[in-house]
Design a protein around this ligand. Structure first.
Ligand SMILES: [Cu+2]
Length: 148
């Protein structure tokens, strides 16, 4: 026989856990994803914008197509590939340090980009507020969970 109090405690605990995970996920997502847009240029051409992004290992690049044409995001070393129509997006997480060149297959002669993955002080500083926010939110949620 499970008492009503036990059920109440269990559901409250699970609720807190979900809130905590959601809070942690949203803070982490803001810091760890860099967006590259695929755009139609004023000259009637297409481009990755920005064409070069610099990230840290473990971060994700999200390509979002805002172009009316069909494009691909294809790594020179075949480590990732996706075909994107307008409104589509594609994400790839870079684990290793290095320079990763990629291109669009239909427009390979001019539509190229690069992801630079490096450990840098600049990026560590940039992510510090996110970490502090994560710890703060976690503490607040943990406190709220305890006191219910
Ligand atoms: Cu293209």
């Amino acid at each position: 026989m499970v008492s009503r109090a036990t059920v109440g405690f269990a559901s409250g605990f699970l609720g807190c856990l979900l809130v905590l995970l959601a809070a942690a996920g949203s803070v982490a997502a803001q810091d760890d994803v860099v967006e590259v847009r695929i755009v139609d240029t004023e000259e009637g051409s297409f481009a990755f914008e920005p064409s070069t992004v610099t990230i840290e290992p473990g971060m994700t690049v999200r390509w979002v197509s805002e172009s009316s044409e069909s494009h691909t995001v294809t790594a020179n070393d075949d480590s990732f590939h996706a075909a994107l129509e307008e409104g589509d997006s594609f994400e790839h997480t870079f684990s290793d340090v290095g320079m990763f060149h990629y291109f669009c297959q239909p427009h390979a002669s001019f539509m190229t980009g690069m992801v630079v993955v490096e450990n840098g002080e600049e990026h560590e500083e940039a992510s510090a507020p996110g970490l502090i926010a994560l710890v703060g939110v976690s503490a607040a949620v943990a406190f709220a969970c305890r006191s219910q």
